[in-house]
Design a protein around this ligand. Sequence first.
Ligand code: C2E
Ligand code: MG
Ligand code: MG
Ligand code: MG
Length: 289
Amino acid sequence: EAKDAGGAQYHVYHDDMYQRVAQRVMLESEVRQALAKNQFSLSLQPQLSAQDKKLYGLEALLRWHHPERGMVSPDDFIPIIEKSEHMIELGYWVIRRCFELSKELRNKGYKDVRIAINLSAGQFSDINLPQYLSTLLAEFVLPANSFELELTEQTLVTDIEKAIDTMNNLKALGFTFAIDDFGTGYSSLAYLKRMPVDVIKIDKSFVFGMLENHADYQIIMSTIAMVKNLGLLVVAEGVESSAQLRSLTENECDIIQGYYFAKPVPEVELFAFLDSHIDEGHWKTKAHH
Ligand code: C2E
Ligand code: MG
Ligand code: MG
Ligand code: MG
């Protein structure tokens, strides 16, 4: 009996592993085709200053419209292709698209709205990245501070000295940096003072239950205090309710991102969306019925 069960378990494990490997190989080959077939797009999620609802930035979030599987979430395919060449190629596509959008934003009068670009560990350690970014700055004639590069703690632990070096080089060009998903990774606070970071993004997992869970609340409030004492900006992501917004604003969180204001907006709808929600750089107050 026990032996049978063990055998069965072994099989399950084996199949699962096989499936994961097969899935990765399939996804990797599909990504290249998907790029050629224009199956990727960006959605952009507004970030607003808590105090005066000024539009601070837009985070670019990758979307894959798969012909059979429908919309594939980045959380489902990015971790799988993260360590491959395809992520680097896809990452370059994302960056170029963000430059195009930034140019368009300026041309349409949204002058100092930052675009936040997520960079995976593999992309950030790619030696061609700084050259690629500086070439795009010249090609599009855009100031580097139109962009905020989002790194996770994961990216920074891989080779911290090299990461700091790359950050300093990109900082010298004028790019700004955010630490994404702050508090969920494995990083030492000691590095915070050595890195040219501008923004800390509190992970949405702390925000979701912040008004019900005492620990989440305390973690958020002490993070806000620490970040501000370091002279950096603090963003809360995953803000879904007016009660969360009120609490974060009272506690001097700088910037709010979340479904309460807006879900990520597909790029084809971006300008219609901004024109109907933004007035002179500020979020229009909701009409009360
Ligand atoms: P992230 O960078 O932490 O992005 C925030 C995620 O939280 C997004 O999920 C966004 O849609 C979601 N979100 C924002 N506000 C709310 C809210 O109020 N409620 C809820 N439930 N969710 C909210 P998304 O778009 O599925 O992206 C997931 C992750 O995939 C991103 O997390 C990021 O790590 C990665 N990713 C997305 N686009 C790219 C990209 O172009 N490059 C790289 N390297 N990673 C990307
Ligand atoms: Mg992000
Ligand atoms: Mg995040
Ligand atoms: Mg995340």
